[in-house]
Design a protein around this ligand. Structure first.
Ligand code: VG1
Ligand code: CO
Length: 541
């Protein structure tokens, strides 16, 4: 074992989901080592512990895994369970932590951010429940990174991570496992695979776009091998270090190939895409895109049709900026419904306490208490199982849902890479004016209330303040503004827009059109274009 003196690096503060930086930043000598050692120090050391390790296959992942193994060995860890090739999707890592009763895990991913030598890398720590470390832990990690003066790393050759099986690194066992099989088995235990095999046998056509990221091997095993979907159902199925140049964010902008196919004349029955680390999903029917907030609501309304949820849901939760579509379902089903800040780490306590079984975010994240992360392929299987059980297509299911519950028109507008000072000044100014906005008339709308969201965790009482600005208009429309905590360049402003229409009229408008008054009112109140000089958002979802 060698002790290496080191000095703190600035800015090793985990964001919405782990520490994300440009790859060259992570590759600086000592940078990754500092963060990993700080993480281990913050959790009380790793002596005698078992941890899971894997990532989304992006550039620098294999090298990073070797470094982490040597730091873990030097810290006296008993066992590291590593996905073969250093691969594990985020939900598969969460599952392995729970299944193997590990003390925690490290996921190497910057999720939906592009990968490669000049793109992004990330490291995230998960707890024994399989979920992302809560803020108390990430704060402790950050505090440690600011004072660290040495890290310990075993002086040893690299471990072979290409073959399944056990080996040793010093006294530590390195247990290389097939990254896919335990996850696929879990899916088989939740869903009606017999019905799904029947669906594909009858010719149901699906396109799954894995965007050259980690879900490829999982999707091929589940859809093509176990469920009998046609070969070639999964495209971009080979995980590549740079995601083949794709931006692995499953939304209409970045998954445009899939969108074009689904909106084209020869569209298959069903389409889906997932992100870099496999925790996000986009659902598309033939000729119809399903917004993530609607997807959550549909899954909540139909979950009882899926064997794993036949007993009904315990409750549901959504992040604050996610639309209230799921709230209407919860009300009808008399389910508890929680509103949390952005980021999956806030759902863990609710799931552990048995208060909710279904959670979702507007950012293409849906999941349940089968693991403690959002789960892209799980959401796809939920939809397939619901389609099979109801014998209806995506468009029919959506129309039926809106007729029953009304429609929450929804869209998110992202302004990327703004100068940090400019973005902070704009929101700081909004904060100062919040209390005076009430009653303001703008674009034919009246501001009912405006506040900054603060969350008190109902399980442990911890408080998370400054979680986004809410401007609520009379009639149930709203705009939410917050800065991204996952970006690596400048500041990204997210503007979340929502308007409720009860129906039966007006349920089939184009969302941008339906939301136009709220978009205009938000511009009048906040002056985004005026202050940034931008003509419009970079990404609309
Ligand atoms: C974004 C999303 C958030 C999600 C987070 C991690 O965070 O808005 O809902 O939980 O990414 O998702 P932010 O702070 O940039 O808005 V993933 O798939 O990157 O693990
Ligand atoms: Co992700």
């Amino acid at each position: 074992m060698t002790t290496h003196p080191t000095r703190p690096f600035e800015g090793q503060k985990p964001g919405t989901s782990g520490l994300r930086k440009k790859t060259p930043v992570f590759m600086q000598p000592g940078y990754l080592e500092n963060f990993v050692q700080s993480t281990f120090d913050a959790i009380g050391g790793v002596a005698g512990k078992t941890l899971v390790l894997g990532g989304d296959g992006r550039y620098f992942g294999v090298e990073a895994a070797q470094v982490i193994l040597k730091i873990a060995a030097a810290g006296g860890a008993a066992r590291m369970i590593v996905g073969q090739g250093s691969w594990l999707s985020t939900p598969a890592a969460s599952n392995l932590i729970r299944l193997r009763k590990a003390d925690g895990g490290i996921i190497l991913s910057a999720s939906h951010n592009p990968g490669g030598p000049d793109e992004d890398f990330g490291v995230k720590y998960n707890m024994a429940n399989g979920g992302p470390a809560p803020e108390a832990v990430t704060d402790a990690i950050f505090a440690r990174t600011q004072v660290i003066d040495s890290y310990r790393k075993l002086d040893a050759p690299d471990v072979n991570l290409t073959m399944v099986g056990e080996s040793r690194l010093g006294d530590m066992v390195v247990d290389v496992v097939d990254p896919v099989s335990a996850y696929a088995d879990m899916m088989e235990s939740i869903f009606d695979f017999k019905a799904l095999r029947g669906l594909f046998h009858e010719g149901f056509a699906m396109r799954m776009d894995s965007m050259c990221a980690i879900t490829g091997p999982y999707a091929v095993e589940i859809f093509e091998n176990r469920l009998g979907a046609a070969k070639g159902t999964v495209v971009h199925e080979q995980p590549l270090p740079d995601f083949g140049g794709m931006h692995p964010d499953p939304n209409p902008t970045w998954a445009h190939e899939l969108m074009a196919e689904m909106m084209g004349p020869d569209a298959p029955d069903f389409g889906a895409a997932s992100d870099g680390d496999g925790d996000r999903n986009m659902i598309v029917g033939r000729g119809i895109y399903v917004s993530p907030s609607d997807s959550l609501a549909v899954i909540a309304a139909n979950a009882h049709l899926v064997p794993g949820y036949a007993q009904g849901l315990k409750g549901v939760a959504r992040s604050m900026p996610t639309s209230a579509a799921v709230d209407r379902v919860a009300e009808a089903l008399k389910l508890a419904c929680y509103e949390t800040p952005t980021g999956w780490k806030f759902f863990g306590n609710l799931m552990d306490a048995g208060r909710v079984s279904l959670c979702g975010e507007e950012s293409f994240g849906t999941g349940s208490d089968h693991v403690r992360e959002k789960d892209g392929l799980w959401a796809v299987l939920m939809w397939l199982n619901i389609i099979a059980a109801r014998n209806m297509g995506v468009a029919e299911i959506m129309a039926d849902h809106w007729e029953t519950f009304g429609r929450n028109y929804y869209s998110r507008h992202d302004y990327e890479a703004l100068p940090v000072d400019q973005a902070n000044a704009m929101l700081g100014d909004l904060r100062d004016r919040l209390s005076s906005l009430k009653g303001t008339q703008v674009q034919g709308l009246v501001v009912q209330d405006a506040d900054e969201f603060s969350y008190e965790d109902p399980v442990d009482g911890s408080i998370s303040a400054h979680q986004g600005f809410r401007i609520l208009f009379e009639g149930g429309s709203r705009a939410v503004l917050r800065l991204s905590g996952t970006g690596t360049e400048g500041a990204t402003l997210r503007v979340y827009l929502e308007r409720y229409v009860a129906g039966p009229e007006g349920l089939t408008e184009d969302p941008q059109h339906a939301l136009a008054p709220i978009i205009a009112a938000t511009e009048d109140l906040v002056g985004i274009k005026a202050r940034t000089g931008r003509k419009g958002p970079d990404v609309i979802t």
